[in-house]
Design a protein around this ligand. Structure first.
Ligand SMILES: [Zn+2]
Length: 720
């Protein structure tokens, strides 16, 4: 089971690609038969249901593509009209007009992204394959539109004299920064160069992804010796046998997961098997075959260094962090450097505990990375004796939701919930609640879709069908999705504590969306920076263990009896288990990411293994038994998704969430006054103010790592 504060949940939070701030211009949509699009299409006009909720009782698969095509065409026309407007540029005729454009596309894409993520089928996947590159090309092209940029720039330059309110001023600055960030202010020659670099980068990212996919598949561990898989359950061994069969090989096959560590290592008793699987994982992309990614990643790093310089920055990292809360790579590095000693010291203490077990068993070897999870599990069992079967009867899903997740929000923010059965849903498992403010006024609709299905993406996430914005007069329609085990009909859904935390986490995102009180879509709700957006969700996790909340929902599903204190204490104590390892592997990956993006165009092409070794040494993270969570050559987050020079965000938002919870601890803990203040000064504010300033105004000080280290058990060991 995954812990929500970890990076394999990169996609926990998915937002539609189309924020109004990213405008698309395209005149090629007629190239594909757009099909019929008219008033009979349920996306043609805003839904007439409460909160403009999607009319899932009317939406059919074949409605999406014509609506997406029409949405792009309509937005193109809207944006052209803005760029070609003969009138002098004003805030209203340019910036506000851009904010109002693309409503049809937003409407259909919010629903399309929702159902392709949570309830997809072949038809929808096909549409997605066809439309995704078009949508992304649109996004890329807009910011290099010289006419449009000239208007945005003119308004930006006059902004001081325009008497704009603070949020409107922020909007002008965000628009200008986004254009400049994408290269709009470059000379035509530099723009051409940038396009060339971007094009090669996008090809290389794609090459990297394809190689990694193939390498991970090829890297599977195969054995004919059933005994070497001792420790796995019969069902797991049968699955391994089936996996081998489906590839037409003899024996048993263990697939690789994305991360360095592999989940089966916790169970496998045979040390040689553990080592072999680990090495398959570690070397998957460095085998000198067609799937070796070393040449690809060093070229990406080199091109990015060039891109940073073209855009006027000392490094790619400096360019990338400009619009983040941390603002500079130096700030992110300083933050990470300060946690390294605490994390590696805790990892060293954990390693000693593990070595003690190895020695007690007369193992006769030194702890290696492939031994860690296997022996850590033994330590965990000996120390906490926490058995899922024992705790699950106290975590019945509906009780956790209404008496825990909702209850905490009621205590903090005064909001209440009423289930509605009249709002159409995309699957019978989906439940809908209307959310009311303390004064009884309507706040939002909240959908939850918690059970695992074959046609659902893995993990858990939040997104919205309708975003809040005063400009367009819309209220939030938010949904949470997870993959919890579905019980047999008539049986209660009993979940693990990890799953409980997942529900609190995703609901923290939901609150960020529901409390949004912004004028403009670009600045509303969760449309914030990568190193901020996981803050409200991780913050909300804290209430899961808060005594009065825990006592309210952790009740036996049959008797209603509260969880025995002795068991609850074990859950609390186990919360800091293995955190030294987890923090160290995260830090190692985050530092690797940052070091790669500090290269300058003057640096030669690197040798990736040497570079990796030096980068880890330099940052004091060359810890043999804790390898980086991802190695350079299979670090997909940074070479093929949006986390380049951004992996630190996972740790940064941990700091924010723990530091924020510390404020509550210092100011009377859980109370309406504290909740209302947090809602007013942070959760409702989206991206309407500089995020660092917003945080500091609420907290009364900049964030620091003290609470984070304490909460995660990373303080120095008590003197003996
Ligand atoms: Zn999240």
């Amino acid at each position: 089971m995954t812990n929500l504060t970890q990076p394999n949940n990169a996609l926990l939070y998915l937002k539609t690609l189309l924020v109004t701030g990213v405008i698309v211009i395209c005149s090629t949509s007629s190239a594909l038969a757009a099909g019929e699009f008219g008033p009979s299409n349920p996306f043609f006009a805003p839904s007439t249901l409460p909160f403009q909720a999607p009319a899932f009782d009317k939406i059919k698969d074949e409605d999406f593509q014509p609506a997406i095509e029409a949405g792009m065409a309509k937005q193109s026309a809207e944006v052209m009209a803005i760029a070609d407007n003969p009138a002098a540029p004003t805030f209203d005729n340019t910036i506000v007009a851009l904010e109002k454009s693309g409503q049809l596309l937003d409407r259909v894409m919010a629903v399309f992204s929702g159902v392709t993520g949570a309830n997809t089928n072949d038809t929808l996947q096909k549409i997605k394959t066809i439309e995704a590159p078009k949508l992304s090309a649109h996004q890329d092209s807009i910011h290099l539109n010289a006419k449009l940029f000239a208007r945005v720039e003119a308004i930006y330059k006059q902004r001081a004299g325009l008497k704009l309110d603070a949020e409107s001023l922020r909007l002008v600055e965000r628009y200008y920064d986004q254009f400049v960030h994408a290269g709009a202010a470059l000379s035509e020659a530099d723009k051409a160069e940038l396009r060339k670099v971007n094009e090669e980068l996008s090809t290389l990212s794609n090459t990297f992804s394809n190689k990694l996919l193939a390498a991970t598949k090829d890297g599977a561990f195969v054995t004919k010796d059933r005994a070497s898989l001792a420790g796995l359950s019969d069902a797991q061994i049968a699955a391994a046998e089936q996996a081998a069969k489906s590839r037409k090989v003899d024996g048993y096959l263990i697939l690789l997961q994305n991360t360095t560590q592999q989940p089966d290592l916790v169970l496998l008793t045979d040390r040689a098997t553990r080592q072999a699987i680990f090495e398959h994982s570690w070397n998957r992309t460095e085998r000198g075959d067609a799937n070796d990614t070393r040449d690809t990643v060093v070229r990406i790093a080199q091109l990015r260094a060039q891109k940073g310089k073209l855009l006027g920055y000392p490094s790619f990292a400096a360019w990338k962090l400009e619009d983040q809360m941390a603002k500079t790579p130096e700030a992110a590095l300083k933050f990470m450097d300060a946690i390294v000693p605490a994390a590696t010291e805790k990892a060293a203490r954990e390693a000693k505990d593990i070595q003690d077990v190895i020695d007690a068993e007369k193992g006769g070897f030194q702890l290696q990375p492939w031994d860690w999870t296997y022996y850590a599990e033994k330590v965990r069992k000996a120390r906490y004796d926490l058995d899922d079967a024992q705790v699950k009867p106290y975590f019945e899903l509906n009780c956790v939701l209404e008496n825990g997740v909702f209850y905490a929000a009621t205590q903090l923010y005064g909001i209440t919930f009423k289930e509605r059965h009249d709002i159409p849903v995309y699957h019978p498992d989906v439940r809908v609640f209307e959310v009311f403010n303390a004064d009884g006024s309507h706040l939002a609709l909240f959908y939850c879709d918690y059970f695992k299905r074959d046609n659902k993406n893995g993990g858990a996430w939040m997104s919205e069908f309708v975003g809040q914005t005063r400009l367009l007069g819309t209220s939030p329609v938010i949904f949470n999705v997870a993959n919890l085990p579905k019980p047999a009909p008539g049986e209660p859904a009993l979940i693990s504590f990890t799953d409980v935390v997942t529900m609190f986490h995703e609901f923290g995102h939901a609150l960020h969306g529901m409390f949004s009180d912004a004028e403009y879509p670009t600045l509303a709700g969760t449309a914030t920076a990568r190193d901020f957006v996981e803050f409200p969700s991780q913050f909300n996790e804290h209430w899961a263990l808060y005594p009065s909340v825990f006592g309210h929902y952790a009740r036996h599903y049959k008797s209603g009896a509260p969880m025995p204190e002795e068991l609850a204490a074990r859950i609390r104590k186990a919360a800091t288990f293995n955190k030294g390892y987890e923090m160290t592997e995260l830090l190692a990956a985050a530092e690797l990411d940052m070091q790669w993006h500090f290269l300058t165009p003057a640096d030669p092409l690197q040798n990736p293994d040497q570079f990796e070794k030096q980068a880890l040494e330099k940052t004091r993270l060359n810890v043999g038994y804790v390898p980086p969570r991802y190695r350079t050559t299979y670090f997909s987050h940074i070479w093929a998704s949006g986390y380049s020079a951004g992996y630190y965000a996972y740790l940064w938002t941990q700091m924010l969430s723990d530091d924020a919870y510390q404020w509550f601890a210092e100011n009377g803990e859980l109370s309406r006054a504290n909740g209302d203040r947090f809602r007013k000064m942070v959760l409702s504010r989206g991206n309407t103010e500089d995020l660092g300033k917003m945080y500091e105004t609420w907290r009364g000080a900049p964030p620091n790592t003290k609470a984070m280290l304490k909460h995660r058990g990373l303080e120095a060991a008590p003197a003996k």
